[in-house]
Design a protein. Sequence first.
Lengths: 185, 159
Amino acid sequence: MHPNSPIKAPAPRSEQIILFRVSGQLFAVSSASVQEVRGVDSLSGAAKEISQPSLRKVKHVVRRGENSVYVVNAAMHFGLPPAPPALVFVLRRTRTALLIDGIEKMTSMTRLQALPLAFCHEERGWYRGLTALDQTVVPVVKPDGFLTPEEIFLLDASLSQEAEAEATRIAEENAQNGIDTSVTQ
Amino acid sequence: MTLIAETELQSFVLLRLGDRRFAVAANQIAELVPPSRVFRFPHHTSEVEGVILRRGRIVPVCDVAEKLIGKGLNSRRFYLIAQRCYGPQTEWVALPVTGDCELINAEMSLPSDTDAPHVSGWLSHAGDVIEVLNLAALTPGPSELAPVTSPLQPLEARP
């Protein structure tokens, strides 16, 4: 006779998440969605200013390989009071880098509840759902929810316009220099 | 004759918002719970003030007082947890109330064309005429999931 072996309940599937703060508000993001965490100071050399009046949450763009990654101010995105960001999350498989105040901790969640249907506005695009951690409810953000395809299109268009304007300016400067050179010759 | 009259009675939960009472079909009510911590996070649905944790579920808190009595609630004694239909789906919503709730049996009169969308009928109880609430019209939800069934029909799906 074999002793009865206890039937083990399957361990609940868990997902590693990063809890982070923006203007004092706690959010979570899947660790797998974060490609890189950098200090904001490290951006200063690489980031270029971009101005799209209808998208005030994006003020900088960073060139990464062939792509432009737009730096989104998370506080402005969520309509929270402004707070000086300290860190940037570069989000995997998106063209978004996210300015945040800081990381609270890394942990895991075993249950993600869909956002209740009572929430029926833009927030449905912002969050994957809600999770309960230590008797607290934390919204879990959607990495691709910070910039819609339309917003990326606008930003790309703005970037090309700026590039064209820059090219024109350089061409004009060169032409001007050429004239000046011919005059001095 | 008596039998017919009795079968027309339905159960309702009376809730209190300030000085007024309203009714919700009892088959839509899950429980009445004391106030607990409301967790807030950014969103743009003004009718939802946050969520509470109840039996492991995350339940949105919808303050319907503004719509019903013209002002928000300064104090609340309980949350009435009700089932809200979203098309074929139902979910729990927590409605803050200011006083005790009461279970009654009453006959409901149907609403007229001039009644507000959130009125699914009327009750006469203890000398008061009381609105029966249509939660689907009163609480927010995606418009594409407008309810296809009357809120007074028995709910088969659980939230």
